[in-house]
Design a protein around this ligand. Sequence first.
Ligand code: ZN
Length: 263
Amino acid sequence: MIRLLLTATLAVLPAAITASASDLVVVESGELPIILTAPHGGAEDVPGCTLRTAVGSRFVNRPDQYTDRLARGIADELKRLTGKPPYLVMARFHRKYIDANRRADEAYGDPGCSAVYDAYHAAIRRLVNDIRARHPHAMLFDIHGQAAYPDSILRGTHHGLAVARLLARAGAPAVTGPDSVFGRFAAMGYRIVPLNNTAPTDRVEAPGYTGGHTVALYGSNHQDGIDAMQLEFGRDLRAPAIIAATASDTAQAIAAFYGRYLK
Ligand SMILES: [Zn+2]
């Protein structure tokens, strides 16, 4: 009797874990050479995963509030503007369980969390591989929120490293020029950090916001990567009354960049 129960439990368990892992990560294939990722906007509990405790540097367990709505809004508006959807990978799980923008050893506290963390990163890797097979040039935007510069949008590329290929083929204007994403943000009147009057490799990206694990892992400094940039939206820009406008403006900035540098 005991053996029967045990067998039944073991047979059911892996399927249950797989199902909840995929339920907790939004994955959408696209047609544009653009991937949006959003690791910190989720609110869902992770079954079988205990809460994280402080390990490593810069431990944060609060979500980047509304960045899931922001990423969704950018994706919808990009499709409206270009006629094609971007790729999208979005965490539905809460950051207090798993920080998907950290290395596995800092991302969660116990093995019960690994299936969901792995599902998030397996999805990004699969979409990066797919996009590289289909398009000569591509860009990943990792969507975040911060409160240190509440009215500003911050650029994180590990001081140009994650956009190495873009810089090599198109030069600094692709990151700081009038048809770059941050060039468009500045033209729309947004405060940006750093300003566009320095070179992308000048090591002037804001300390603590130079880009995290995702941008480091999938960036174009790797043979199997694509150009990658972290976008950190200030708290004021994510206020419920204006988040739709922020998403729309961001989609316009990305669409302009796409038209000039990715087509
Ligand atoms: Zn974040």
